[in-house]
Every structure is written in structure tokens, then in C-alpha cells.
Design a protein around this ligand. Structure first.
Ligand code: ZN
Length: 132
């Protein structure tokens, strides 16, 4: 998996702005190339945004529409952990139903970005490289 450094920089900036709440959004590639070249922020509408995230539906519907029009592909989700490490919480695992997507977490605690798959509750870290 490849992610553009500019996407990471953009997300980190957004995560800092949303602190102490979790920031979240979706990651997009061009069709079939598996290179993440866009981050789309989605407001976190969770009633407990310090500990979990929930996408605000109207923004995500608009984002999916634009992705389709631009012939891009939704390939991942990203959120921040403001005060904990970059590992999926039990709530994250419980709430996740998209085994085909990559699941990214950035920790503001230690400035780490990690990518995972979560398939039937099993968390597996996946390697990635950055592209300038
Ligand atoms: Zn989380």
C-alpha cells in the first residue's frame, strides 16, 4: 500500500485542529492503483468524540458521490487517537464491517501512523510506503 506524504500531512494538520476530539475521514485512490492520493475529512458526529468516531452521514454521501463522478475509489478510512497509541480500540474493532478497506490510525500521543485490516474482529497490521 502506498500513501502520498501530502495526504499524511493534511490529515495530521486536521487531527491537530480537531483535538481533543478524534478526527476522521476517508482515503481515496485513483481507480485500481491502490495509491492513496486524497483525504476527505468527514465530521465526527459521535456523542463521545474524545473516544470514538462516527461519520456524519450527509458529508460522506456527498463524498461518495464525488468519488464516483471522478472515477476514483474509496480504499480506506483514517481516524486519530488524540491520547492513545495507533492501535484499534475494542470500540473500533466492534464498529468495523469493511474487511476490504484499509484502516488507518494516527496517534497524536506518539506521532505514529499505522495501517491495518480488520477482518471478523481480527486486527492485522499492513505495511505501507510513502510517496512524495
Ligand atoms: Zn480508534
Amino acid at each position: 500500500m502506498i500513501i502520498f506524504q501530502s495526504v499524511i500531512d493534511q490529515f495530521i494538520q486536521y487531527a491537530k485542529e480537531q483535538y481533543p476530539n478524534e478526527a476522521c475521514g476517508i482515503l481515496v485512490s485513483s481507480l485500481d492503483d491502490q495509491q492513496i492520493n486524497e483525504f476527505i475529512p468527514i465530521p465526527n458526529q459521535s456523542s463521545n468524540p474524545i473516544h470514538e468516531f462516527e461519520f456524519e452521514p450527509s458529508t460522506i454521501i456527498k463524498a461518495f458521490h464525488r468519488i464516483e463522478v471522478e472515477k476514483k475509489e474509496w480504499i480506506g478510512v483514517i481516524h486519530s487517537h488524540p491520547i492513545s497509541k495507533a492501535y484499534p480500540s475494542s470500540i473500533d474493532v466492534h464498529n468495523w464491517f469493511y474487511p476490504e478497506l484499509s484502516y488507518w490510525i494516527y496517534s497524536l500521543l506518539d506521532d505514529q501512523l499505522k495501517a491495518y485490516t480488520i477482518i471478523k474482529g481480527e486486527v492485522r497490521e499492513i505495511p505501507y510506503s510513502t510517496f512524495n
